[in-house]
Design a protein around this ligand. Structure first.
Ligand SMILES: C[S@@+](CC[C@H](N)C(=O)[O-])C[C@H]1O[C@@H](n2cnc3c(N)ncnc32)[C@H](O)[C@@H]1O
Length: 413
């Protein structure tokens, strides 16, 4: 017996002729409009809009076979070649002066034939520039791999995130596709073959820990800055004195947010700036000698009550902290802040994603997957933020947004 399908099988559009120009048209128009603005003004918002439109344009033009090729081997081989070049140290040899694969292989144990294959693939992906046969020069990206924040980001990606994401589908199959909840037996432990929780991994592997801290600084640099769209002067000005802290950055990493905030605000806002994090991170921040004297660095575990001298601050700032933890642990962190706050004076400022109910951009959804993989945690929608804050006696007093970046401000109820 032949079973007839109840609905006709949709025809698979596996023919490039089925890609309709009209699907691409709005993205081409976006690129033209923002391209004109960008060329005239170098506006960074226009630049980001061009990137978003160009990526939607590719999605509208690629046929399914091309999508499969890009995801299946285009991206993985690009990452493999990049990691190989990065670990061999050949990217930092590149400059404006062309070098051959033999010259690039010099001083490494690598076979020049292999180096030639690495360079050819990187050039095909615009990561280095090929200027003749077996002849390569630097690009802005290859040069930037010497910057500790980019080098840290690559090391953390290659050794932390990529192995976790490659093992993630296998982990989900093994756990019957349940939403991961155990921070000591989750995707990152499966991918990195360890039993330690995420921040334990970073504490015990100093190289990876330092790479992560630098990665966070680099990640911050590439995003719109919260103090450029949160009106800090209006919201935090006025009632502060020099006695109580102005802003305590809770879990502030190496201090990049406070350094930027201090440079942007100058002396317009009174009060001490305080950087808090785990002892090893604070040590690395002070060793870097990048913190201006206006910033006081102090180790503090945010699961413990706020020390007396940092109570009553005008604002407790947290960036990418609460998305690292499940609700129960977020509540402990927020309860500790609530107990340090003064009603009518103190605020909590949270610089994290507010996940759109519809049409969330990839920057937010990939962060949600990153939290699932590395910390069995998640990004939150506005109603989830309201519920979480209310459980600690806090109410949202404003949300400011720029592109995929958000700031939530809350006060004591
Ligand atoms: C995702 S990073 C965010 C860093 C920084 N706020 C930023 O936006 O780049 C999380 C930070 O929380 C810190 N952290 C983790 N557990 C902590 C704890 N128990 N107490 C204080 N800081 C902690 C980490 O060391 C790390 O710097």
């Amino acid at each position: 017996m032949v079973i007839q399908p109840t609905t006709p099988t949709p025809q698979l559009p596996f023919d490039s002729r089925s890609i309709r120009p009209k699907m691409a048209a709005p993205f081409l128009n976006d690129i033209a409009e923002n391209g004109k603005l960008f060329l005239e003004t170098q506006d960074d918002g226009a630049r980001r809009k061009i990137i978003a439109a160009a990526s939607s344009l590719i999605a509208s033009l690629e046929n399914p076979g091309e999508v499969m090729a890009r995801i299946g081997w285009g991206e993985p081989t690009k990452a493999a070649a990049l990691r190989t070049a990065f670990e061999l140290g050949i990217l930092k040899k590149l400059s404006d002066k062309p070098l051959s694969s033999v010259q690039l292989a010099e001083g490494t144990k690598a076979d020049p034939t292999l180096v030639a294959r690495v360079m050819k693939h990187l050039a095909a992906n615009d990561l280095v520039k090929e200027v003749g046969q077996d002849s390569y020069v630097a690009t802005p990206f290859s040069g930037a791999t010497q910057d500790p924040t980019i080098a840290g980001g690559l090391t953390y990606s290659f050794e932390g995130m990529i192995p976790t994401f490659y093992g993630l589908p296998e982990f989900l199959a093994k756990t019957d596709y349940q939403n991961p909840t155990n921070a000591e037996d989750g995707p990152v432990q499966h991918g990195l073959k360890t039993t330690q929780p995420f921040f334990g991994i970073l504490q015990s592997n100093q190289r990876l820990g330092s790479a992560f801290n630098n990665f966070m600084t680099g990640y911050a640099k590439m995003r719109p800055r919260w103090y450029d769209f949160y009106p800090a002067l209006e919201q935090l000005g006025g009632s502060n004195t020099t006695k109580s802290p102005l802003l305590v950055d809770v879990g502030g990493g190496l201090g990049h947010e406070l350094i930027g905030f201090h440079a942007a605000q100058g002396e317009q806002l009174k009060g001490q700036l305080v950087l808090q994090d785990l002892p090893s991170v604070i040590q690395e921040a002070t060793d870097s000698k990048l913190l201006p004297s206006a910033i006081q660095a102090a180790p503090h575990d945010f699961f413990q009550p706020m020390p007396e001298e940092y109570k009553g601050a005008r604002a407790y700032f947290m960036r990418l902290i609460l998305h690292d933890w499940p609700d129960s642990q977020c509540q402990t962190i927020l309860d500790n802040l609530r107990d340090a706050m003064v009603k009518g004076h103190s605020k909590v400022i949270i610089n994290e994603a507010v996940l759109n109910d519809v049409g969330a951009p990839w920057q937010q959804t990939s962060l949600d997957w990153t939290m699932m993989g590395m910390l069995v945690s998640r990004e939150r929608t506005e109603s989830q933020w309201r519920d979480l804050l209310a459980k600690s006696g806090l109410k949202i007093t404003g949300i400011w947004s720029k592109e995929a970046e958000n700031v939530i401000e809350a006060e004591l109820i």
